[in-house]
Design a binder for this molecule. Structure first.
Ligand code: GDP
Ligand code: IMO
Ligand code: MG
Length: 429
């Protein structure tokens, strides 16, 4: 009977989807609270692989109510097609509810995402191109369109007219692009409005009642803490709060209602998009990790940048998220004779264990490594802690020491059953 947040501790793609799926089998509510379809969460159940972008992973539990709450930005085209695909695959998805406060990713957001990136000379973020930044920018500028607007045929034409005038001016006069046609957009979004109506609900009130009734609620963060707009490696970040605190401001549940935070890390580090990454490997070892871990983006297919585990950034993440415990995923990928862990940074000749969020400083950080013997064998078939090779257990023990946080689970493969539980109480809702 608790409220548990699952959050990524690196630069995204830590296998949050897998951990959420594992936990959500017991959940009564599953909640997406930040980001949009820049997220790509892969879940493998038996022979079936599901890729979620806009809909909570926990929808795979037919008994759970799936909520999309205030902090999320929603692309209605993606939502509609994901919903259709799930239904075609026999997932009922009839318990989805969406907050009216959710901002909508409009067609100009996607267009502007590309135009803004192309316009920049330096500091390109390498966004997913899904319109995330421009949508959150409009939210902060108080000119965004929300679910409330799109389901109201009296309000939509007025608000759309106002915002489209501005957006078309920017697209044509600043970027020399083609304007959007008001009538076309209006007609399309009136249809979406009708589709959405049955899904709209006061999700904050639902969660308040759920908490008061001691229901089992699972909050699933998208992205990773180092991509958080405030706590990440700005400007190479996304535009939402991807730290655990986002589960409070992005839903309407007060921080005191959150009982536990489970952080998710990969047994190594990856990053997709631009920005400093101290442990990035440019040699063959980087390729080995990429191929072993199939490190290509779930959303964009881009090859992920790969490197050794960075304990400096993961320890920082544990702190800012207030992690209760950590799940270590993709451990099987490190099937090699020798493994390195970055335990500190050397910045201009000074050794530090503190993570600098100024990008210019982080770019100068040289990783200080310690080398551990690898287990050098396939562990994907192992199902218990005691059956893991001793060198593998030592690696996990060392991660625990460096993070200053308990490890509650290790994952040795993408499938649900390839999960080894170390602390079942921590993982029960
Ligand atoms: P998310 O964005 O954090 O949900 O992670 P992604 O789904 O983008 O990327 C994680 C990838 O690793 C997915 O393809 C998963 O199926 C896969 N995966 C999850 N856990 C494991 C694991 O323990 N071992 C291996 N080899 N793959 C895993
Ligand atoms: P999940 O939930 C990895 C990265 C992009 C880019 C930066 C900004 O699957 O872990 P955006 O499109 O958000 O404006 O891009 O953030 N990014 C992710 N990287 N996993 C994600 O989500 C990401 N979502 C955004 O690559 O560097
Ligand atoms: Mg992902």
């Amino acid at each position: 009977m608790s409220n548990v947040v699952v959050v990524g501790l690196q630069w995204g793609d830590e296998a949050k989807g897998k951990v959420v799926d594992f936990l959500s089998q017991d959940a009564e509510y599953v909640v997406r609270f930040n980001g949009g379809n820049n997220a790509g969460h892969t879940v493998v159940v038996g022979n079936e692989t599901y890729r979620f972008h806009a809909i909570p992973v926990g929808v795979l539990n037919p008994d759970a109510v799936a909520l999309i709450t205030d902090g999320v930005v929603l692309d209605l085209e993606v939502f509609a097609s994901e919903l259709t695909e799930l239904k075609e695959r026999g997932i009922t998805a009839d318990k989805i509810k969406i907050s009216g406060n959710v901002h909508i990713i409009m067609p100009w957001h996607k267009r502007l995402d590309g135009l803004e990136e192309a316009y920049k000379k330096g500091n390109k973020v390498g966004t997913t191109g899904r319109g995330i930044g421009p949508c959150y920018a409009d939210k902060a500028s108080r000119i965004g369109l929300r679910i409330f607007d799109v389901i109201d045929p009296e309000i939509l034409p007025v608000k759309l007219g106002e915002v489209l005038r501005l957006k078309n001016d920017i697209i044509t006069k600043v970027y020399g692009g083609e304007p959007f046609d008001y009538d076309e957009v209006l007609a399309q979004y009136l249809v979406y409005g009708e589709l959405l109506k049955p899904y709209v609900a006061d999700t904050a009130a639902m969660l308040y009642d759920a908490s008061a009734d001691c229901r089992r609620v699972l909050f699933e963060a998208a992205q990773g803490a180092l991509l958080d707009i405030d706590k990440g490696t700005y400007p190479f970040v996304t535009s939402s709060h991807s730290v655990s605190g986002g589960a409070a401001c992005g839903t309407g549940v007060g921080p005191t209602a959150i009982d536990r935070v489970i952080g998710v890390v990969k047994a190594y580090t990856t990053r997709v998009g631009a920005g400093p990454m101290p442990t990035e490997l440019f040699d063959e070892m980087g390729d080995v990790i990429r191929e072993n871990g199939h490190e290509y983006g779930t959303t964009t297919g881009r090859p992920r940048r790969c490197g050794w585990f960075d304990a400096v950034c993961a320890r920082y993440s544990c702190r800012i998220n207030g992690c209760s415990a950590v799940a270590v995923c993709l451990l099987d990928v490190l099937d090699m004779p020798e493994i390195k862990i970055c335990t500190a940074y050397d910045i201009d000749g000074t050794k530090t264990g503190l993570f600098p969020t100024k990008p210019e400083t982080l770019a100068k950080a040289k990783p200080v490594y310690e080398t551990l013997p690898g287990w050098n064998c396939d562990i994907s078939g192992v199902r218990s802690w005691k059956d893991l090779p001793e060198k593998c257990r030592n690696y996990v023990r060392r991660l625990k020491e460096l993070l200053g946080c308990d490890i509650c689970m290790v994952s040795v493969g993408p499938r649900r059953d390839q999960s080894i539980v170390l602390d079942s109480e921590m993982l029960s809702l």
